[in-house]
Design a binder for this molecule. Structure first.
Ligand code: TXA
Ligand code: MG
Length: 541
């Protein structure tokens, strides 16, 4: 057991004494855990073989896995690399300091303990201010793998480092949570064609903008085939593993939900995106937002550790998009799951139809129903969830007054609307009571249809506000010129102009959100044209 110092560094420019203590430990051959912008690292003097050996002991890591060497200035490249090609300089000048590691031919100064006997060295210039200050203070490049015990998720905050490393290293520097949350992109320039060995926040597209074509190693998204040697030795280990068993359902959220429904007893937790939460029928831990891969990288390893803390045993996982930054997320997640996949199974599609009142959704529905789709009408479901005898009625009475339910037990919709929409607060209360039930019914009907191989059309004027876009395979927004819509609403519902305008104004937020639809159709022709366009937009013959 080593006595481990723990320093919180909030201002590296002023806390030079703590940094100097850590640097002195490094110079004397000790191991120091440091924050970087990707994950925490376990650092040692890269030129000191005995110090580097201590990293392997602390991690419990096999000795044939080489380490990344961290620098803080361009000159240090020449101490480590025997050749620094033009392409390497272009990469470092474009992406460093930052989350990129470049593999080059090594100098004799790099000991075998760092390169694991390979003729190459992995070099990275991190951007985290504490890492930069520590490398500068130490005055030597620092070899540093991620600061986890071998086989466990990389730590993205100092508490997780302390959990794994207290008593095993001389010092832990706490520099707050890591911004990116997954390890750096690793690209080798020691092959004839540049090759991506580990995907990260610097994407293939980013690299290709500087290098031209980049090969992607097959081990990035697949287990290493038997008998093959890994281009990056780290890829042959089961990495990033939580204690829980993860199963990734291939495909979209609809595939996940269908699979979860067919296996109700097999899983005790879900790992999903924030957008998925309202629909997932299991206790869930989130890994960021479906629409924003950088929130996924930031959350992924924390989420895996959170599942372990929650005691999860069998976790069902939604699949991230394996492109751009998402390629890095999939690479870590697939390994964490030991490449255990389920699905996708045969199913119909979930189609979303949204757009403001008066745009012609019911005309479109009729065409889609005639073409064999099952229409899931959320307006109709909204009425059904408050039918006579519904358990929601007493809750509505408690919020809006007993007299909103008539003596015959039915809801007085006019009175409820008048009370609920008198204030924004009232509208929110009404939604909080009714929306979960409407969403559940909508989802059940859609899943029933697609399980039977039929396309479900979710007709929802507030599709995006309700978050239903997350379950749709394709969304079409139907709109119409404002004057046309006004005229239709006034004629259909017998409203005067002011009342029709007020109804349209209430949909302004949804109008903005629904611009994200896959197809936007402007309905300014006749019914027949509309029906043909809608079928086209959904690829229905
Ligand atoms: O973001 C990061 O890169 C973090 C922080 C601490 O900087 N470090 C990190 O190190 O992830 P580590 O040791 O956990 O991962 C290093 C990866 C491994 O997959 C290893 O096999 C590969 O880089 N690697 C290192 N040197 C190599 C070399 N000469 N040739 C091929 N792969 C190499
Ligand atoms: Mg690692």
């Amino acid at each position: 057991m080593t006595n481990t110092l723990f320093y919180t560094i909030t201002d590296p420019a002023r806390q030079t004494e703590e940094l100097e203590t850590a640097a002195a430990l490094l110079r004397s051959g000790e191991v120091v855990a440091m924050p970087t912008e990707t994950v925490y690292g376990l650092a040692a003097n890269a030129f000191d073989p005995a110090a580097v050996k201590k990293i392997f002991v602390a991690k419990g890591r096999p000795q044939d896995n080489p380490l990344i060497v961290h620098i803080s200035r361009e000159e240090q490249l020449y101490e480590l690399a025997s050749e620094v090609p033009e392409a390497a300089l272009r990469l470092f000048r474009r992406f460093s300091p930052g989350p990129l590691t470049v593999i080059l031919k090594k100098t004799d100064a790099v000991p075998d303990e760092v390169s694991a006997g390979l003729p190459t060295v992995a070099i990275r210039w991190p951007s985290h201010p504490v890492a930069r200050a520590l490398i500068e203070a130490a005055g030597v490049p620092l070899a540093a793998p991620s600061a986890n015990l071998s086989g466990f998720p990389s730590p993205t905050n100092a508490e997780d480092v302390a959990d794994d490393m207290t008593g095993r290293v001389a010092c832990i520097l706490d520099g707050g949570p890591c911004g990116f949350g997954i390890e750096s992109t690793v690209v080798t320039l020691a092959t004839p064609v540049p090759r991506l060995l580990r995907p990260g926040v610097v994407t293939v597209e980013d690299l290709e903008a500087v290098l031209g074509h980049v090969d992607v190693d097959e081990a990035v998204l697949a287990p290493l085939s038997a008998g093959k040697t890994a281009a990056s030795p780290g890829m042959k280990y089961k990495h990033y593993a939580p204690k829980a068993a993860l199963t990734i359902v291939k495909g979209a959220l609809a595939d996940f939900l269908l699979y979860a429904r067919r296996h109700p007893e097999a899983y005790d937790y879900a790992l999903c995106f924030e957008e998925d939460l309202p629909f997932v029928p299991l206790p869930a831990v989130t890994m960021g937002k479906r629409a924003d891969p950088l929130t996924q990288t930031a959350r992924l390893f924390d989420a895996l550790r959170e599942l372990d803390r929650a005691g999860a045993q069998n976790v069902l996982v939604t699949q991230p998009e394996p492109t751009g930054v998402g390629l890095g997320v999939c690479n870590r997640l697939y390994r964490a799951a030991g490449f255990r996949f389920a699905g996708p199974e045969q199913r119909g599609r979930v189609l979303g139809l949204c757009g403001p009142t008066g745009a012609g959704k019911s005309v479109a529905d009729a065409a889609l129903a005639a073409a064999g789709c099952r229409i899931v009408d959320t307006d109709k479901l909204a009425r059904e969830v408050v039918e006579k005898g519904s358990p929601l009625l007493p809750r509505l009475q408690a919020a809006f007054g007993d007299d909103i339910v008539l003596p015959d037990g039915t809801l007085d919709r006019k009175k409820l609307a008048a009370r609920a929409f008198a204030s924004p607060e009232g509208g929110r209360t009404l939604s909080a009571i009714t929306h979960p039930a409407i969403l559940r019914r909508t989802l059940d009907e859609a899943l029933d249809a697609i399980a039977a191989g039929v396309d479900a059309v979710i007709d929802a004027p507030l599709l995006y506000s309700a978050g239903l876009d997350a379950v749709c395979d394709r969304v079409v927004k139907l709109t119409a010129p404002e004057e046309t819509r006004l005229a239709r609403i006034m004629a259909r519902d017998g409203l005067d102009r002011a009342a029709a305008e007020a109804r349209m104004a209430a949909q302004a937020e949804e109008m903005r959100l629904s611009d994200a639809a896959d197809v936007i159709l402007e309905n300014d022709g006749d019914a027949e044209t509309l029906q043909k366009c809608v079928r086209n937009a959904f690829d229905i013959p």
